[in-house]
Design a protein around this ligand. Sequence first.
Ligand code: GDP
Length: 480
Amino acid sequence: ETITVQDLAARMAVRGAEVVKVLMKNGILATINQMLDADTAELVVAEFGHKVKRVSEADVEEGLEGAEDAPESLVPRPPIVTVMGHVDHGKTSLLDALRATDVAAKEAGGITQHIGAYQVDIGSGRPVTFIDTPGHAAFTAMRARGASVTDIVILVVAADDGVMPQTIEAISHAKAAKVPIVVAINKIDKPDANPERVKQELLNHDVVLEDYGGDVLGVPVSATKRINLDKLIEAVQLQAELLDLKANPNREAHGTIIEAKLDRGRGVVATVLVQRGTLRVGDIVVAGSQWGRVRALLNDRGQSVEEAGPAMPVEILGLDGVPEPGDLLVAVESEKRAREITEYRQRKRRDQAQVVATGARGSLEEMFSQLRSGETGELPVVVKSDVHGSLEAITAGLEKISTEEVKVRVLHGGVGAITESDVTLAAASKAVILGFNVRANAQAREMAKRDGVEIRYYSIIYELLDEVKGMLSGMLKPEA
Ligand code: GDP
């Protein structure tokens, strides 16, 4: 069995040049029309397994994606929101308060279950779905696994504290994922609250609220005193309208696992957010390397439901093993098909583990020599520095050395040691981390090694800039 580089790329929904790059990395020089044998193709596929979004590479997975939805089949769906912000600025309080605004939950006597996501309808008939795990760590970890679930980020900033380091991180993570931000200026009930200062500080991070001529919506709120929560929901809905979020509910279900656990009484319990189609009791589903027949569906109030459409969070019972957050869930036509896919995926996962274990990931130099053959004109970086002054000098310097063809994109710049958060961000965006007079902490180093993220250290600014300049010129496309 053989397949051309081009066909393989098409099946994985990646550019042919990317497959060529991966082959080069493995010492195989190939053109777009080259035939590859099954082993080589599988190697390529394994390499892409943890890099691209939905891999429908092998024959067993063929058709799993399903046909594209015709425009007329699409209907509006609720937005999916993640809450981010600095520690103690009120993320958890806000999620709790928002949840309490749900009309149906009130009617049900306020009985709520934590299933990792919930839906709120303030009575407008237009629900909003919230992911119940605040913070950017989970958000970016999911993204690194190829799952992009969040449509809108609510950035919580305490009005008595202002923009803090994790606020800046959250902004970077949301921007890197190209997810729009709605700002909740929280704790306005406090006597020392200063919402204007928050708005001004946000300007420094390119988050420009409407009052300042920008297009970012901001709402002053109090989570604990429940002030303006309806206005915040309205702002989210307004932002959602701009995004024109739609899905086709009339097809087999495709969704993402948000949480999963083994429950003593109930077996495997997983929370899924359906992204298109409708999930029903009795469906046979594949989630990552697990499969099962849906025995029951439970909504965020613990009630049993027959089906779940787009953006409605449900717990599903009936999987044979615990999937991982970020795994895609797809309804398939038969048990046989489900077995075939999961067996294949389990085998692939073992192979992948071996690839990583043998250290087959490329070094930065290799990456750039590969980029030369691609079309990427952007070098994403994360910059960490010991003091603000150097950080500013470096960011300004990086901007200056960008050219028309290739430019440096600073995903995040911060002061302090290189942390896991930086590594997750870099991994999800395939960026390089530049450390100036700072080191990576032990966990970050471990993670970087595991995820193949390159960290470079410098103590002289012009050396840093010189090296990056070298990287950029390496990225230049050869003249055709
Ligand atoms: P998180 O770390 O961002 O999840 O923050 P929490 O929700 O745990 O809140 C941190 C602290 O701020 C808690 O003591 C909350 O009671 C308090 N807090 C949260 N929101 C408000 C608010 O709107 N007003 C006041 N006064 N305190 C708040």
